[in-house]
Write a protein that binds this ligand. Structure first.
Ligand code: ADP
Length: 391
């Protein structure tokens, strides 16, 4: 219903003259006026049309106004219809209460003051119109909410399907990479062996250039082996051996530092760490994360004495590790790129490596439901952060 649509006003009275006078008074409102000479006729109209206001005489011969009101109210459709009683005789409070019992809304006494009658009918007509508009808006809103919910549900399902496909493809890709890297190792081992044998056997018999070519070949093959080894390590992350358990991260770090002891001494590095918590992790994979991050901090050092500090921020359900160094630092624009497979910022001659270490760390930490990132600036050292669930 629009704001200008006419509403129906039903006038009930057994005297045609009175009906006519109501019509004259109310015509100014510009609504649809319907006349009924009896209660029965009024009911017939009500069953056929939607009525905003019923204007009725309290005393009619066949059925009085209160009885008619009771009948009207019994019908669920008319429980909210406004009723204005017109009474020629003085109505006591008891009478009025009787009317209210049937949900009557208002009374008007005879002689009728036209302005008063018009004002009352106008208010109820407007109320009816506004209520209908509100109902319509509600319906439209509900419809829109339903449509939007369905649409979102469909999208969520599509996304779920795509995610499942993606996970499957990733799995296939991992398997493919694993198999190829694994199978490539064997012929590569043979090439390495023969090139090294060749270099050894003909040492001193070849000219300097040939010696250098062989040296390049040996180096290349070694690098290829390292790449394949790291690629295999990457595909193994989250494999069948992945076991989440309560792990003492301090213990895992100590073991890692023992393994790196020779390099730490060579680099003249100082490594300190805060008390570390029990976490929910796969111990060997966590060891790999510490190993990669500490190795990098040792490798990308700027001074003769690298200082590395490992600290942790604890919350009830998760903790955030930080590995800080005083090394060469990383320009902020590379902060995300370095976590991708084979991404390096230096040549192999400057700093050896395969560019797989951080990609492995990222995969491991994400397998644990955590996040890894770096905060750094060139020449100002780096801090690598990662989060893990608490045990
Ligand atoms: P790799 O160490 O084999 O090069 P990583 O994946 O471990 O591969 O690291 C990728 C790149 O990120 C490195 O080549 C280096 O440029 C940069 N990087 C990693 N750790 C540090 C660090 N602690 N300080 C400075 N640069 C770093």
């Amino acid at each position: 219903m629009s704001a200008h649509e006419k509403v129906n006003i039903l006038m009930v009275d057994d005297q045609p003259g009175k009906l006519l006078s109501y019509e004259v008074i109310l015509s100014e409102l510009g609504e649809n006026l319907i006349k009924a000479n009896s209660g029965r006729e009024a009911l017939e109209h009500l069953l056929k049309t939607d009525v905003a206001v019923v204007l009725m005489d309290v005393s009619m011969p066949e059925i009085d106004g209160f009885e008619l009101a009771e009948t009207i109210r019994q019908h669920p459709r008319f429980q909210q219809t406004a009723i204005i009683f017109i009474s020629a005789v003085h109505l006591t409070d008891i009478d009025r209460l009787k009317g209210y019992k049937y949900g009557a809304v208002d009374y008007i006494a005879v002689p009728i003051v036209p302005e008063l009658l018009r004002a009352k009918v106008r208010v109820f007509a407007e109320l009816y119109r506004k209520t209908r508009q509100l109902e319509q808006l509600n319906r439209e809103l509900e419809q829109r909410v339903t449509e939007r919910t369905e649409e979102l549900q469909k999208r969520a399902e599509a996304l779920q399907r795509l995610n499942a496909q993606l996970a499957e493809r990733n799995q296939e890709l991992d398997t493919f990479t694993y198999i190829t890297s694994h199978d490539l190792q064997e012929p590569l081992r043979m090439v390495t062996t023969y090139v090294q044998l060749f270099a050894k056997r003909y040492k001193g018999q070849l000219d300097a250039e040939a010696e250098q070519f062989i040296h390049f070949a040996v180096e290349g093959v070694k690098r290829m082996q390292a790449l394949l080894r790291d690629l295999l390590a990457y595909t193994r992350v989250g494999g069948q051996q992945f076991v989440l358990a309560r792990v003492d991260s301090a213990h895992v770090l100590q073991r890692t530092l023992e393994n790196l002891q020779a390099r730490i001494v060579d680099a003249g590095a100082t490594i300190t760490y805060d008390p570390l918590p029990l976490v929910l992790a796969d111990a060997s994979q966590l060891g790999l994360v510490f190993q990669n991050l500490v190795s990098n901090a040792l490798k990308f050092c700027a001074s003769a004495s690298p200082c590395i500090h490992i600290s942790v921020d604890q919350e009830p359900t998760r903790c955030r590790f930080a590995i800080r160094d005083n090394g060469i630092g990383i320009a902020p624009q590379y902060a995300e790129q370095i976590f991708q497979v084979f991404q390096r910022l230096h040549t192999h001659q400057e700093y050896p490596g395969t560019g797989m270490g951080l990609a492995i760390c990222k995969k491991i930490i994400e397998q644990h439901g955590g996040r890894i990132w770096v905060e750094s600036a060139l020449g100002e050292g780096s801090t690598f952060f990662f989060t893990l669930p608490m045990a």
